[in-house]
Write a protein that binds this ligand. Structure first.
Ligand SMILES: *Cc1c(COP(=O)(O)O)cnc(C)c1O
Length: 494
């Protein structure tokens, strides 16, 4: 199967090329030329498969250059003992037809693992297929979760090296500790004096430096990104929506063909886009509910058809969703416009020029036929954590709480009581202080001791990868001014 750019359908490449390139050369996003439909009996026949077998079945429909044997080996490596449950992405029933899809059982306790444990295998094999002899150097600027998940995914993967820059004072103690204790022979971590924008701007400069690219090529390297617009990150996310429906079927929570609704806490629009693709492939999903925090640009967009990023930026309790430009939305516009690349280009130009665009009435109608949207402020986020704990004895993190709140409002206001999946994107132990305050505990232990404090207050065990931080050696203490990032990178590749 070939992949095309959302800005030019004549720009076609193979899956391997799309995964290596990340972004299309014209700035568009690489998207499958045709979206495969699942055969009529597929969900029924996947019901009794393991998660890894489902991965092979689904990825095989998109990646015909890879043999089933290759895909099995990737699935085994990506989703094995590095997860703390053999079901990998379990569905937890909570009553009244609501279940929670838990996506945080991987090595960094956040949903980014679901894609970043798989992407490195796809990338490394793609380099082989393309006879690319150079080593990929993955450069990441992170505000916290992505950096650690990328390090953990790429550590010791053949033909790759990874260097992560994080803002010196912009990440939590636990997040910093997760990164500076990272093991692996091909990894590097460096703090940058400044905030996330400084780190990100520095990395963008390195990516656009032509002379640097040439110098690196001579040394046998090229720069690559593990950004969430890479098709190799979106694809593994489609699997868990299909898998969740198979689990519901297997457990008798739905009968064959019965529709479900899905509510996703959303930032860059990658996770909910994967749910949309699962629906287009034939999973009986009725409404996709897009849940935002106070950075509610997507709520307004879905309600009015106007995307407008000209608004204040809020730092919230759900920081991984503090985003005003949701890059993956471009792929949805491509589908909703019947793949009208000129229309997509116009909207993206307007967004770049004025920070705003308004979609056509036809697109708005199709958008609202599938999507509903709502948002949740910090006060409601805390209330929801407390209420879900009280009612179900189920502990959720602030991002997940945004989804629970928005789903609850949707069900109340619409009267639509279709069985629903609320998507859980992080372990509550990644956000201990917010969760403790939500439970009414305002004095918090320092550093890693806060993990035990939350565990003792709730009786919920600390996830093993976070508990293991306690005795771990700090391997990286390096930091630099913004101006020193180039030199750090050259040293790293020496
Ligand atoms: C990245 C992230 C999100 C947002 O996902 P998108 O795919 O960017 O919409 C939500 N919750 C957590 C915990 C995340 O790390």
């Amino acid at each position: 199967m070939n992949y095309v750019s959302t800005r030019n359908k004549r720009l076609r490449m193979t899956a391997s090329q799309a995964i290596i390139q990340g972004l299309a050369p014209d700035g568009g996003l690489m998207t499958p030329e045709v979206l495969p439909r699942l055969p009529g009996n597929a969900l029924e026949s996947m019901k009794d498969m393991s998660y890894q077998q489902r991965v092979v079945y689904i990825l095989g429909r998109f990646l015909d250059e890879f043999s089933a044997r290759e895909l099995s080996s990737f699935a085994g490596a990506a989703y094995g003992r590095n997860f703390d449950t053999p079901s990998i992405a379990p569905v937890h029933p909570l009553g009244s037809g609501v279940s929670c899809l838990e996506l945080w059982h991987g090595p960094t306790c956040a949903f980014k693992d679901m894609a970043l444990q798989m992407l490195p295998h796809l990338l490394s094999a793609s380099l082989d297929k393309m006879d690319e002899e150079k080593t990929a150097c993955i450069l990441v600027a992170t505000s916290g979760d992505t950096g650690k998940a990328a390090l953990e995914g790429f550590k010791d993967v053949a033909r790759t090296k990874i260097l992560v820059f994080y803002p010196k004072d912009g990440v939590s103690d636990i997040q910093q500790l997760q990164m500076v204790t990272q093991n692996g022979g091909n990894v590097g971590v460096c703090a940058v004096a400044g905030n996330f924008d400084d780190a990100q701007a520095g990395v963008k400069r390195l990516f656009s430096d032509r002379a640097l690219a040439e110098a690196l090529a001579e040394r046998g390297y090229f720069l690559s990104s593990a950004n969430s617009i890479n098709w190799g990150r979106v694809l593994p996310q489609i699997v868990y929506y299909i898998s969740a429906y198979c689990d519901l079927l297997r457990d008798g929570a739905v009968s064959g063909g019965q529709p479900i609704n899905v509510c996703v806490p959303t930032g860059n629009f990658g996770n909910i886009l994967a749910a949309y693709y699962a629906k287009q492939m034939g999973v009986p999903i009725k409404t996709l509910i897009c849940a935002s925090n106070e950075n509610n640009v997507l709520t307004d967009f879905i309600r009015t058809g106007v995307y407008d990023r000209n608004r204040p930026f809020h730092n919230t309790l759900s920081p991984s969703m503090d985003i005003l430009v949701s890059s993956n939305l471009e792929r949805l516009l491509f589908e909703l416009s019947d793949r009208d690349e000129e229309q997509v280009c116009r909207y993206m130009d307007q967004l770049a020029q004025t920070g705003r665009y308004q979609v056509s009435p036809a697109i708005l109608t199709r958008l609202q036929a599938t999507f509903s949207a709502g948002y949740c402020d910090d006060r409601q986020t805390k209330q929801t954590i407390a209420q879900v704990w009280k009612q179900f004895g189920y502990l959720i993190d602030p991002h997940t709480a945004v989804a629970f709140h928005v789903l609850d409002e949707y069900r109340k206001n619409s009267g639509d009581d279709t069985p629903a999946l609320a998507v859980s994107t992080a372990s509550p132990f990644k956000f201990c202080t917010s969760v403790l305050s939500a439970l009414g505990i305002e004095e918090h232990a320092d550093g890693v001791a806060v993990l035990d404090q939350l565990s003792e207050a709730t009786g919920v065990p600390v996830p093993a990868p976070l508990a293991a931080l306690k005795g771990k050696e700090r391997r990286f203490s390096d930091w630099t001014e913004k101006s020193g990032m180039l030199e750090r990178m050259l040293n790293f590749l020496r």
